[in-house]
Design a protein around this ligand. Structure first.
Ligand code: IMP
Ligand code: MG
Length: 183
């Protein structure tokens, strides 16, 4: 797939994502058996993953979203995180499962975890579709991880590059055309 001189190469197929999401949902359903879960999605990157995941979770769920500032066009973390849209549901004494698209430097997640803990949940776990451990800058881990990914900029299945490619049914990595190249 190509858009505005950005080439996307497939990294994780639609089929592989489907299988892994089903496994994660099974694991989560068994870990929270007989309990109720509040699933908090971090917009926008997690919405497709979250939608597929919760439809296969068998325990009762309440779903809420929050939005944090993103990188914009840059592919590197600024380390500055801002809450753009806050949660609406109370988290006090709730089992919270935070759903993220990708854990990169960890700066975003660290900030969000701090924010959620202030609301007094009885438990808090993190589920990330992808983990890019090579770029971690803070000591943080997700409790559930879909896929480990190499140090490349990934897109698709909800994840964007400058708001593009979220609708790809698979995950790919981008390659920007080098304009200095001749021919
Ligand atoms: P972190 O704060 O560096 O861990 O970045 C987390 C957020 O940055 C993710 O939730 C994504 O929105 C975005 N991000 C990090 N790596 C990528 C990538 O490879 N592609 C698209 N977005 C990314
Ligand atoms: Mg995100």
């Amino acid at each position: 797939m190509k858009f505005n001189e950005v080439q996307v190469h497939e990294l994780i197929s639609e089929e592989k994502i489907k299988r892994r999401v089903a496994e994660l949902a099974r694991q989560i359903s068994s870990d929270y058996a007989n309990q109720e879960l509040t699933v908090v999605g971090v917009l926008k990157g997690s919405w497709i993953f979250l939608a597929d995941l919760v439809r296969q979770v068998t325990v009762p769920v309440v779903i809420d979203f929050m939005a944090v500032s993103s990188y914009g066009k840059s592919t590197d973390s600024s380390g500055v995180v801002k809450i753009v849209t806050d949660l609406r549901c109370p988290l006090e004494n709730r089992n919270v499962l935070l759903v993220e698209d990708i854990l990169d430097s960890g700066l975003t997640l660290k900030y969000i975890i701090k924010h959620i803990k202030l609301r007094g949940p009885s438990s808090l776990r993190v589920c990330a579709l992808m983990d890019k451990p090579a770029r971690r800058r803070v000591d943080i881990k997700a409790d559930y991880v879909g896929f480990g990914v190499p140090d490349k900029f990934v897109v698709g299945y909800g994840v964007d590059y400058d708001e593009r490619f979220r609708n790809l049914p698979y995950v790919g990595y981008i390659e920007e055309n080098d304009e200095t190249e001749e021919g």
